[in-house]
Design a protein around this ligand. Structure first.
Ligand SMILES: Cc1ncc(COP(=O)(O)O)c(C=O)c1O
Length: 408
């Protein structure tokens, strides 16, 4: 059974909005998605039912909060097919997940150790490693990519064979080109050379099934707000045996086993990495979002988004003066298309369409090394979600905007 997109749309209150009398066309899902009613309800029910902090007090509200929070952790565990619930650490977002690994595992690295990145990376999976380079004198190396977003695997193999790579930090899906690196093979190669692998799953999580055991990645991180969940919550998955050996990231309440005047001993995972009051309501919302998304078979989500992508590529190709970046074959790309229009600044184009309720993003999309590699400073990005329709991809308004901006 294909997805009933109109029924799905009806679950998202924000999609009913109109902008200047025109229906909202939300095509900025790579930045953040909208939220279904069931997620809003789950968070509201928790707050209205009397909230409490988790793992602290003994009263009935505290018990309810702790159960709901740990249930959310188990839901995420199932979503990722992780082996244990305590391999799931709640963070603020994907960015914090990368920072946690860079700060904690990074402490065990030293001068001469290499962290390997690709040119596809978002700044969230670049800057924490450049900070580690400043702090510990590690080396950061870059895997080459071509204009279609393919990683040069020969170059990757060569870098690994130097036996200095301690960690490969790689995106599961580019937020600019929509390209998806061959994760399984790359992880196998990294492990064969003794390197660990962190997958930035920020863009992957809403569009393709993630099975961390099948991937065999050591870490994977993503944000709730890009998978139809709330802001302020993210997840870091880590293999139990690695997380257990890592020092804590932030210090504070609940992450300790014992504290005295001179020092402390760290608690067990996951608490060791969840200092202070966690984002409890948001974690509950995140669990509800995973449950919401999992009601749809992944093949159906992929088929729907793939058909939209093919249609969008076809329509965009006809626009005068357009250059589309990334894989040419729609099969090789997921959920987003970045492009430029001759003689039109991306910001002017998105601002003009924004006034008509069409939401796109313009800029470097927090991927400056990739933009520089492609000889660009900014692109326009269209990014899809489960609720987008074929009608939303009609480009008549786009053609009018182009003509107006070119003064035709
Ligand atoms: C590939 C990728 N990684 C990481 C991030 C960072 O996500 P967040 O800002 O939610 O931490 C983004 C956000 O756009 C992204 O696209």
């Amino acid at each position: 059974m294909p997805l009933d997109i109109h029924a799905i749309r009806a679950e998202f209150p924000a999609l009913a909005k109109r902008v200047n009398g025109e229906p909202l066309v939300y095509l900025d899902n790579a930045a953040t998605t909208q939220v279904p009613q069931s997620v809003l309800n789950a968070m509201r029910e928790f707050e209205e039912g009397g909230r409490a902090n988790v793992h602290r007090s003994m009263h009935m509200l505290a018990e309810r909060a702790s159960v709901a929070y740990e249930d959310a952790r188990r839901t995420v565990q199932k979503f990722l097919n992780a082996a244990y619930p305590h391999e799931i650490i709640f963070t603020k977002n994907c960015t914090e997940g990368v920072n946690l690994v860079a700060r904690s595992l990074g402490e065990t690295m030293q001068e001469g150790d290499t962290v390997l990145l690709s040119y596809l990376e978002h700044h969230s999976n670049i800057v924490p490693w450049l900070q580690l380079k400043e702090r510990k004198g590690i080396t950061v190396e870059w895997m080459e990519v071509d204009g279609a977003g393919h990683i040069d695997l020969e170059h990757y193999g060569k870098l690994l064979s130097e036996e200095k790579v301690k960690l490969v930090a790689i995106t599961g899906q580019s937020n600019v080109l929509g390209a998806r690196p061959p994760l399984e093979a790359m992880i196998r190669d990294a492990h064969a050379h003794g390197a660990r692998v962190l997958v930035d799953g920020a863009q992957l999580a809403a569009h393709h099934q993630i099975d961390v055991r099948k991937l065999d990645c050591d870490f994977l991180t993503f944000s709730g707000h890009k998978v139809y969940g709330p802001t302020g919550i993210g997840v870091l998955y880590g293999k139990r045996e690695i997380l257990e050996t890592m020092p804590p990231f932030l210090g504070g309440g609940m992450m300790i086993h014992e504290v005295n005047e001179d020092g402390f001993s760290a608690g067990d995972i996951p608490e060791k990495f969840e200092a202070g009051t966690p984002p409890i309501t948001q974690a509950i919302g995140m669990g509800a979002a995973m449950e919401w998304l999992e009601q749809f078979p992944w093949e159906n989500i992929e088929a729907h988004e793939q058909a939209l992508l093919a249609q969008a590529l076809q329509a965009l190709t006809r626009l005068d003066g357009i250059t589309i970046f990334g894989p040419v074959d729609p099969i090789e790309r997921s959920a987003c298309i970045s492009f430029t229009l001759e003689g039109i600044h991306p910001h002017d184009f998105t601002e003009t369409l924004g006034k008509r309720g069409i939401c796109l993003r313009a800029g470097h999309h927090c991927a400056q090394p990739l933009h520089r590699k492609l000889g660009l400073t900014a692109t326009v990005r269209l990014s899809l979600g489960i609720y987008n329709t074929r009608e939303e991809l009609h480009v008549a308004a786009w053609e009018q905007a182009i003509a107006a901006l070119r003064g035709l």
